[in-house]
Design a protein around this ligand. Structure first.
Ligand SMILES: Nc1ncnc2c1ncn2[C@@H]1O[C@H](COP(=O)(O)OP(=O)(O)OP(=O)(O)O)[C@@H](O)[C@H]1O
Ligand SMILES: [Mg+2]
Length: 386
C-alpha cells in the first residue's frame, strides 16, 4: 500500500488543506492588477507551515491564468546589491528571451540565454546592460529601468503580466551598515513601474521577520501588500489534511485517532504529514486505531526529534542552546528579552548577541520590540523533553 503522506520540504501534499481563501485572494490580485490596481502579496509563517507549497500553487495559478512567472529561492548572499542585480537581470532577461524568441528556441533547440549575445537580444526588443556596483550605480534605478524597458516584450507576448514569486525572502533585507539596500530598492522599483502601468506582481514569502524587514525598508509597504499568514490548520481543515489523502488508499484512521493527532500536532501542517506518514508506515492493519498511536508514541517522538528537532537544535552553539532552553521555560508565546536574560543570568547586551545569532539561524524571531518567539512550532515542547 502506498503511503499517501508527504512530510518534507516544499513537497506537494495529496490534499492542500485550508488555503482556499488565500488562493482566491491571489487570483483576485492578478485580476485587480490587470484592471489597473496593482496588488502584491506577502506569505509569511513559521517553518514547515506550507509557504513553499502555497507558492507552488500560485505558480500554477499564474500559468493557468495566462501570466508569466519568475521564481527563485533566496539566501543571505542576495543582501548584496551586485549579487541581487545579477540574478534579477538574469531571470528577467531569460524570461523575456523565452517569450519573444520562443520560435527560435524551437527551431534551434538551444538554451537561448546562453547562446544569444547581448547585442542580439536588442533585436528582439530586449534591453539588458550589466549592473555596475563598483561605480555605485543606484540599484533602484537599475531595477526600474530593467523592468520598464522590458515591459513591452511581455505585453506583446499576449500574457497578462509577470508574477515574481520569491521564497525565503526574509533573508533579503537592507544592510545599512554595509550600505546595501536591496529590499528597499526592489520595493520602490516595483512600486514605480506599477504606477506606470507595467503589470508586475510581487509575491514574497518567508518567516515572520519578513514583515518587520518590509516595514523597516519602506513605510508604505502596508498599502502595497496583502498579508497572508500561513499557520496551523483549524480542526476541520486539519481533519481533511489527514483523511482526504487516505481516500485513494486502503488505509482508514478511526475518528478517535484523527482527533488525537489533531490535538497533538495542533494542526501544524508538517507534523500532520509526519504523524500520518508514521501511522501508515507502522500500521499492521489497514484500519488504524488510536491505540496504534498510543503504543508507538515513544518511537514517533524519537523519530520526530531525530528527523526534525535535533538538526535544528544543533545549529545552535552551547550558549545559544542555553538561551533556547531559557526561553522554553516561559509560558508566554512572545517571550520578554528581560525574562531570558534573567533566566540565563547574563547581562542584557551579551544575551542579545546570542538572540541575534539564533534569529540568523532561523530558530527564533523578534515578535516585537523586546520580545522573542520560536520560529519552529512545538520546539518548546522538544526543548522541555531535553
Ligand atoms: N495546506 C497544507 N495541507 C496539508 N499539508 C501541507 C499543507 N501545506 C504544507 N503541507 C505539508 O507541510 C510540509 C511543509 O511544507 P512547506 O515546505 O511548504 O513549508 P514551509 O512553510 O515552506 O517551510 P520552511 O519555512 O521550512 O521553508 C510539507 O510536508 C507539506 O507537504
Ligand atoms: Mg519553504
Amino acid at each position: 500500500m502506498r503511503n499517501p503522506f508527504t512530510p518534507g520540504n516544499g513537497i506537494e501534499p495529496a490534499y492542500l488543506a485550508g488555503r482556499q481563501e488565500y488562493i482566491q485572494e491571489f487570483i483576485k490580485s492578478l485580476k485587480e492588477t490587470e484592471e489597473g490596481l496593482p496588488r502584491n502579496i506577502v506569505v509569511y509563517g513559521l517553518r514547515g507551515t506550507g509557504k513553499t507549497v502555497l507558492l507552488r500553487h500560485y505558480k500554477i495559478l499564474a500559468e493557468t491564468n495566462n501570466w508569466l512567472f519568475m521564481d527563485r529561492e533566496f539566501n543571505e548572499r542576495y543582501c548584496n546589491e551586485t549579487e541581487f542585480a545579477q540574478v534579477f537581470g538574469k531571470d528577467l532577461i531569460a524570461m523575456a528571451a523565452e517569450v519573444s524568441i520562443k520560435k527560435k528556441i524551437e527551431e534551434t533547440g538551444k538554451k537561448l540565454i546562453e547562446s544569444l549575445k547581448v547585442e542580439e537580444l536588442s533585436g528582439y526588443g530586449i534591453t539588458y546592460k550589466p549592473y555596475h556596483g563598483e561605480k555605485r550605480e543606484v540599484l533602484e534605478d537599475y531595477l526600474k529601468e530593467l523592468l520598464e524597458s522590458n515591459w513591452p516584450v511581455f505585453e506583446k507576448s499576449n500574457k497578462k503580466g509577470v508574477v515574481l514569486l520569491y521564497d525565503e525572502f526574509h533573508l533579503v533585507k537592507d544592510k545599512k551598515e554595509d550600505q546595501q539596500y536591496v529590499l528597499s530598492s526592489l520595493l520602490s522599483a516595483i512600486a514605480q513601474v506599477q504606477r506606470e502601468g507595467c503589470r508586475y506582481v510581487l509575491c514574497l514569502s518567508g518567516l515572520p521577520a519578513l514583515k518587520t524587514n518590509l516595514k523597516e525598508a519602506k513605510t508604505y509597504t502596508e498599502r502595497m501588500f496583502n498579508y497572508q499568514e500561513v499557520g496551523n490548520l483549524d480542526e476541520l481543515e486539519a481533519e481533511k489534511a489527514l483523511t482526504e489523502p487516505l481516500k485513494k488508499t486502503e488505509y482508514k484512521f478511526e475518528s478517535k485517532l484523527v482527533s488525537q493527532v489533531i490535538e497533538e500536532t495542533q494542526g501544524y501542517p508538517y507534523f500532520l504529514q509526519f504523524y500520518g506518514y508514521f501511522l501508515a508506515d507502522n500500521a499492521k492493519k489497514a484500519n488504524v486505531l488510536q491505540s496504534d498511536l498510543v503504543q508507538n508514541k515513544n518511537k514517533l517522538l524519537k523519530m520526530l526529534d531525530k528527523s526534525f528537532f535535533e538538526d535544528r537544535f544543533n545549529l545552535a552553539s552551547a550558549m545559544e542552546k542555553k538561551a533556547l532552553l531559557a526561553m522554553a521555560t516561559c509560558k508566554e508565546k512572545e517571550i520578554p528579552a528581560k525574562y531570558i536574560s534573567k533566566k540565563m543570568k547574563l547581562n542584557y547586551m551579551l544575551m542579545q548577541k546570542y538572540l541575534v545569532r539564533l534569529i540568523d539561524k532561523g530558530l527564533i524571531y523578534r515578535a516585537q520590540r523586546g520580545y522573542y518567539a520560536f520560529s519552529v512550532p512545538l520546539l518548546q515542547d522538544f526543548l522541555k523533553r531535553q
